[in-house]
Design a protein around this ligand. Structure first.
Ligand code: F6P
Length: 325
């Protein structure tokens, strides 16, 4: 079957660079003489048939913008077989024979089911700040989010230093520690508490004791939101009980990490992956995610991208321990 038209949507948590990916999909589709539709509000919009024909000019000046011009949603209805049947019906009714989805594991789970249950050709572009998808070194948004965190922690460091304080900084990432690890190394954190590593309170005490011996004046502990040791305010309480002399503050960076103009790397990756997604569909591929591994374009089955664990470079954690003396 030769593909005549395709649609693109963003779903799940938004990420900087999603607009750059939308632009790339739209322009690549048009380059290959296909009709391209944008779907508003993710899978909810797909179920409702919220399609908009997009042209080259529809995506002008969005490359540098954060967020997603198509808006995003976490759709409860699409998790049901009935919701997916409605969505497939909408696509068929509009004469769309290929769908590009930009998002993370929840988005890909839905896309895989749409392919499996209704034979819709789907290709995924990894778009999440969490970087937790197997089959790509970078998900779109991760680089920008990490840079945002670094900028924030650098600022926290200034005030921590002025007041000889310790800060516990919680960063996003759901069950993954990519942002925490990279940002922790980049900001010289005293310790980094990751979901992927069994850090004990004793480990934290050891880092703090070592810092004290070396007369460190400001201390930043970066904790990933999915860490297994505890919530930042609870950790602060435990540390205060053991070290009453420490002045400890907690900062939860929150959704600031999801916004902002995408970094050059996210823009470049989004552009490359957007074109690759369209070309994959045109080559008859489906049920796959396009990714970049060692700078090379790759294709990974959606289920593998979701269920295999994206490997975190634990060597970086060791490096951070050596350097935080
Ligand atoms: O998946 C992206 C992410 O920002 C996670 O890091 C975080 O756990 C979650 O989404 C927050 O989701 P919401 O914006 O729905 O609160």
């Amino acid at each position: 079957m030769s593909l005549k038209s395709l649609a693109v949507l963003t779903s799940g948590g938004d990420a900087p660079g999603m607009n750059a990916a939308i632009r790339a999909v739209v322009r690549a589709g048009i380059f290959y003489d296909k009709e391209v539709f944008g779907v508003h509000r993710g899978y909810d919009g797909l179920i409702e048939g919220a399609f908009e024909a997009l042209h080259s000019k529809s995506v002008k000046n969005i490359l540098a913008q954060g967020g997603t011009m198509l808006k995003s949603a976490r759709s409860a209805e699409f998790r049901t077989p009935e919701g997916r049947a409605k969505a497939a019906e909408q696509l068929r009714g509009q004469g769309i024979d290929g769908l590009v989805v930009i998002g993370g594991d929840g988005t890909f789970t839905g896309a895989h089911l749409l392919h499996e249950e209704h034979g819709i050709a789907v290709v995924g572009i990894p778009g999440t700040i969490d970087n937790d998808l197997f089959g790509t070194d970078y998900t779109i948004g991760y680089d920008t989010a990490t840079n945002t965190v670094v900028e924030c922690i650098d600022k926290i460091r200034d005030t921590a230093n002025s007041h000889n304080r310790m800060f516990i900084v919680e960063v996003m990432g759901r069950d993954a520690g990519f942002i925490a690890l990279s940002a922790g190394v980049a900001t010289g954190a005293l310790d980094i508490v990751l979901p992927e590593k069994n850090t004990s309170m004793e480990d934290l005490y050891a880092s703090i004791d070592r810092g004290a011996e070396n007369k460190k004046t400001s201390n930043i502990i970066v904790v990933a939101e999915g860490n297994r040791l505890g919530k930042p305010f609870d950790l602060a309480k435990s540390l205060e009980a053991r070290y009453p002399e420490l002045d400890i503050k907690v900062t939860i960076l929150g959704h600031i990490q999801r916004g902002g103009s995408p970094s050059a790397l996210d823009r470049v990756n989004a552009s490359q992956l957007g074109v690759a997604a369209v070309e994959s569909l045109l080559n008859g591929k489906s049920d796959i995610m396009v990714g970049l591994v060692n700078g090379q374009l790759t294709q990974t089955f959606l289920q593998q991208a979701i269920y295999n664990k994206a490997p975190l470079d634990m060597e970086l954690h060791r490096v951070s321990k050596i350097l935080s003396i």
